[in-house]
Design a protein around this ligand. Structure first.
Ligand code: IVH
Length: 668
């Protein structure tokens, strides 16, 4: 190696070490001046010797002045959320649920729940390759360039004992001190103040210029590792390892042997958290052992092996002036409280959701009452109580409206439900528009170039009365709208045309049948193949489908009982939308793997891991994350991690090669 190159490498290593000590370990090894001097020297050498450039050099953290577009990236593992509780009793319930499944020989890990913007970082061979925001949990924005400016996030890992490929998740935070300084500067410039550190952190990640992100002085704590080849069996132990690779892992995480220890941790941090430099909104309690985590598994939204205990949030008192009612896409009528404006957690609050009439009744709310309003991590504040002693003039109890505020139809309240509904689904304006917005949304027909404003305009012009009208709209109708150019009109027409190819399961989701979300729509489509079968399916047939319960079955039947919905489907069919499962999908399906749990590991020649996973599911099997007694097969490719191989041997689990697997499902 030539001596210039050696010098460059040495400077990079030294600067990386100083940086790690300063931003992660909170100790400085050299003066700022000496650090800056070395950085300048490295910058100069890199300019003179572009042949030794490295995108992960410490000089690359400065950010750029160029605007960027954030690419949408699908998460390899969806980013789940945590189930929340504010009560200790529910923490004990969680403990009981966990013990019922895994017995009582295990430990918990308690961690602080950081209140920032969640991020998923991917590393390969010790190098940061991608940073993606949570987004909708399935896919997020690629914000790698912005993340690289955060000094506590390692661009290259230390040592060599990390897995070849893994993801690490955590929270991007703006420390209180930085937030306050930023707001002070804004105040001096007469600019609007930022609401809170959390929103500011997540807003900062989406700034167009990474050089601006650097100025935001963000920090990051990491708390969750994902990958096939973790070095340790325990979450705590893995995070401790991650700390040695250079990540900032909170030193306050603790192992707890009993639920009493967990509660003691909660009590301690309920007050001590006020001494922390960053925002926290609770404690996360996790089962430590990774194989027990897998045994507990996940629900659709959150893991069963973890729970978040949230701290009581800030509360203020204000006056309830009136109640208005909002009608959503499903016809559900939500009461909204109009309040005297009041500051909570840095934002002005004027309205609060009351959810349903039971809540109004239980609170025994009266107009003019002084009410307690709380704003936790949630965006929408809520009324949590009434100061009854402050009542002077007592107004009568609030009577929930009887008629839809938008169309005048008499409201109904289905048995067993808390919500009131306007049943005029096909004639009530906010429901019609809401249904159309859902219909065109990304996960449905994906005609997003149309947007809610266009829908609103077309609806008001009388050109769109229901979703079937979308396919009858003409280019000139759109051009005639205010502020609509020829080009945007063409885009809209094109994406309407393209949406005719959207597969049946998404069309079914787009119809907006109550309780039929994207996953349920998929199950129904797979099981019954086409809309005619679905339309005529009896209750028993529906509930015999995996994951379809009474509530969904009744809702599907109610939908198709309505003549107007049948007509709508017929019109959509005529327009050429897909109302049956594609041949390809039908052929791909079988029950061959029913009851089998298959783990995929390694790299493959013919198909990607995602494709193999899909094939397992299409053939009735289950793709599980890790090897346990329950595993039926390991579908193994090249380079399976040694720890996995050992486990397979120990548990005597049969292995399948890619070809053997394809043969098994009749694809070869
Ligand atoms: S674990 C599968 N640990 O809370 C769950 N999450 O409501 C993985 N969060 O999206 C998350 N501190 O943004 C975990 N110590 C911690 C956390 C934490 C904050 C956030 C995270 C997550 C949300 C869940």
């Amino acid at each position: 190696m030539n001596s210039i190159e050696e010098k460059i490498i040495r400077l990079r290593q030294e600067l990386t070490t100083y940086n790690h000590h300063y931003y992660v370990l909170n100790e400085s090894l050299i003066s700022d001046q000496a650090f800056d001097g070395m950085m300048k020297e490295l910058e100069a050498l890199e300019v003179q010797h572009p042949e030794f450039a490295d995108p992960n050099s410490p000089t690359q953290r400065v950010g750029s002045d160029h605007d960027q577009n954030f690419k949408q990236v699908k998460h390899q593992y969806p980013m789940l959320s945590l189930s929340n509780t504010y009560s200790e009793a529910e923490v004990r319930d969680f403990d009981a649920r966990v013990k019922k499944v895994i017995g009582d020989a295990f430990q918990y890990v308690c961690e602080l729940k950081f209140d920032g913007a969640s991020i998923s970082l991917s590393y390969e061979n010790g190098v940061l390759i991608r940073a993606v925001t949570r987004g909708d949990g399935e896919q997020g924005d690629d914000v790698t360039q912005n993340i690289k400016t955060i000094p506590s996030i390692p661009l290259k890992l230390m040592g060599a004992a990390f897995p070849e490929k893994f993801e690490i998740r955590g929270e991007i935070l703006m420390p209180f001190r930085v937030f306050e300084n930023l707001n002070r500067e804004r105040e001096e410039r007469g600019e609007a103040l930022l609401a809170n550190p959390r929103n500011t952190a997540s807003g900062s990640l989406k700034l167009q210029k990474s050089s601006e992100v650097k100025k935001r002085k963000l920090d990051a704590y990491l708390y969750y590792l994902l990958g096939d080849d973790m070095p340790e069996e325990g979450h705590f132990e893995n995070l401790t390892r991650a700390r040695s690779w250079g990540f900032k892992v909170s030193e306050h995480m603790a192992l707890c042997a009993t639920i009493e220890d967990v509660l003691a941790y909660i009590h301690r941090w309920n007050t001590q958290r006020h001494t922390l430099p960053v925002a926290t909104d609770g404690i996360v309690i996790k089962v430590n052992s990774m194989h027990l985590q897998r045994q507990l598994g996940n629900t659709a939204k959150s893991p069963r092996w973890a729970i978040a205990y949230k701290f009581e949030s800030e509360r203020v008192v204000t006056r309830l002036n009136s109640i208005s009612y909002q009608v959503g896409r499903t016809g559900a009528v939500t009461p909204v409280a109009n309040l005297d404006p009041v500051q909570i957690a840095g934002t002005v609050v004027k309205r609060a959701s009351l959810h349903n009439s039971d809540i109004i009744q239980n609170l025994d709310l009266r107009i003019g009452d002084m009410v307690w309003v709380e704003k936790g991590g949630e965006i929408i504040p809520k009324i949590v109580g009434v100061d009854k002693e402050a009542r002077i003039l007592v107004s009568p109890p609030i009577a929930f409206i009887k008629k839809c505020p938008e169309c005048g139809t008499e409201l109904i309240r289905p048995e067993g439900e808390a919500a009131h509904y306007c049943p005029n689904g096909l004639g009530c304006p906010p429901q019609i528009k809401g249904k159309m917005e859902h219909f065109i949304s990304r996960k449905a027909m994906n005609i997003e170039s149309m947007g809610p404003e266009t829908i609103d305009l077309l609806y008001r012009e009388g050109l769109l009365k229901d979703v079937a009208d979308i396919y009858e709209i003409k280019q000139e109708n759109i051009v005639a709208l205010d502020r609509m150019g020829e080009k945007s009109a063409t885009n809209i027409i094109e994406s309407i045309q393209q949406s005719k190819q959207v597969p049946y399961e998404r069309v079914l989701f787009a119809l907006g049948i109550r309780y039929v979300g994207a996953t349920v729509a998929k199950k129904l489509a797979m099981a019954l193949k086409n809309i005619d079968n679905l339309m005529h399916a009896g209750f028993e047939e529906l509930i015999s489908i995996d994951e379809i319960g009474d509530r969904i079955a009744l809702s599907v039947q109610a939908f198709f009982k309505d003549e107007k919905n049948i007509l709508l489907v017929q019109r959509l069919k005529k327009s050429g939308l897909q109302f049956q499962l594609s041949n390809e999908k039908q052929e791909q399906q079988s029950d061959i793997l029913k009851g089998l749990n298959i783990v995929i590991s390694g790299t493959f020649q013919k198909y990607s891991r995602d494709q193999l996973k899909q094939m397992i599911e299409d053939n009735g099997g289950k793709n599980t994350g890790s090897i346990s007694k329950m595993t039926s097969y390991l579908l193994g490719g090249d380079n399976i991690g040694p720890s996995k191989l050992e486990k397979v041997k120990k548990l005597e689990i049969p292995m399948l090669s890619e070809d053997q697997f394809l043969e098994l499902i009749g694809k070869q």
